[in-house]
Design a binder for this molecule. Structure first.
Ligand SMILES: NC(=O)c1ccc[n+]([C@@H]2O[C@H](COP(=O)([O-])OP(=O)(O)OC[C@H]3O[C@@H](n4cnc5c(N)ncnc54)[C@H](OP(=O)(O)O)[C@@H]3O)[C@@H](O)[C@H]2O)c1
Length: 313
């Protein structure tokens, strides 16, 4: 069933979100609908688990019926298999890469067949573009890509998004940082040890954590589509912190004491293998470009963002 918030359907902008059932997509859907947009999702699942129309696509088999996606004004693609969910075997790396790149290419090939195309496309990307490394450099959109697996994936991911411009569809990409939400994602995983009183910094604690409150990330997507801003933008807050700082503030917001020493890096490597770099390495990322494009952050300060998500008093 389609839920439409506007009394005048003709005036309602129709948004299609690939991977809209996920953490970011769900919140973005709510915020768009609150603003009067009509939203549908593209999903691998035939049974809609969404509260909006879910149109079926099969990214693996490269199948999407062009008729099903006629009439959308804006297309956003957030689809992607979880980065941290499983060990990075060669097979898993392929799933991580293909779910992102091939979903954008499937959208391109399908939109190419439409007489009337959407007027704007936005693709997720990630700050992994810059490479997993701990440095004192503040990375901006002009910095070159890294060379590790995630960086190479992001390069291909962004190139596949740029294919839309060949169809004449203005395109934006958002290099997303660590999304803070109380509904899931990395913060929900970090919360457990802190709740149990065993939360601690990870490794040397100096690695940057370029976080963003989920509402600001969705706010950036909306800002881009409403202002038709093309190009690439970092989706991070203006005040990134290191892991030690983050851990201290998180413990405080959860009203827990941080009594244990940092978890040694080798233990994290034993538990996470290749994926350990996701939590042991990181640099800070600049939000200047999106701020200079007049996006005003609702939660620029970490403690305020965490209190918004975790203050149940
Ligand atoms: N959350 C973060 O901290 C973060 C940070 C950096 C970048 N990002 C990027 O932002 C995007 C959205 O993030 P999220 O946290 O909302 O992710 P999420 O909760 O994992 O949702 C992603 C959606 O992608 C679809 N999907 C999963 N595996 C797929 C596959 N193999 N092929 C095609 N579609 C697949 C799923 O939708 P269906 O099951 O309905 O098909 C899923 O709901 C992702 O691309 C992610 O890499 C997120």
């Amino acid at each position: 069933m389609r839920i439409s918030c506007s009394a005048n359907e003709d005036m309602t902008k129709k948004v299609l979100i690939g991977g809209g059932s996920g953490l970011v997509g769900s919140r973005l859907t709510d915020l768009l609908m609150n603003k009067g947009y009509s939203v549908s999702h593209l999903s691998r699942s035939k049974e809609s688990k969404s509260w909006v129309d879910a149109i079926h696509w099969d990214v693996e088999k490269h199948k999407l019926n062009p008729k099903d996606i006629e009439g959308f004004d804006i297309v956003i693609n957030l689809a992607g298999a979880g980065i941290a969910d499983e060990p990075w075997s060669d097979k898993r790396k392929k799933v991580i890469r293909d779910s992102r790149v091939n979903s954008n290419l499937l959208l391109r090939d399908t939109l190419e067949q439409l007489r009337v195309k959407p007027s704007f496309f936005v693709s997720a990307s990630a700050i992994g573009f810059y490479g997993l490394q701990t440095t004192n450099h503040l990375f901006s959109e002009d910095d070159p890509a890294g060379s590790d697996f995630l960086a190479k994936t992001c390069i291909e991911w962004e190139s596949s998004a740029d294919e839309m411009t060949k169809l004449g569809i203005p395109t934006a990409k958002v290099r997303i940082g660590l999304v803070l939400s109380d509904e899931g994602g990395a913060l929900a995983e970090m919360e457990k040890p802190f709740r149990w009183g065993v939360g601690a910094p990870l490794g040397n604690g100096k690695q940057g954590m370029p976080w963003i409150h989920i509402d600001d990330l969705c706010g950036i997507f909306i800002h881009l589509i409403e202002n038709k801003m093309t190009g690439v933008y970092n989706g991070v807050s203006p005040n990134g912190v290191n892991n030690r700082h983050f851990s201290r503030e998180f413990a405080e917001v959860l009203n827990r004491k941080m009594i244990l020493p940092a978890v040694p890096g080798f233990m994290i490597k034993l538990m996470m293998g290749d994926r350990a770099d996701l939590v042991l390495k990181g640099s800070l990322i600049s939000s200047r470009k999106i701020q200079e494009a007049n996006y005003e952050f609702e939660y620029p300060v970490l403690k305020e963002a965490l209190y918004d998500l975790y203050d149940y008093s």
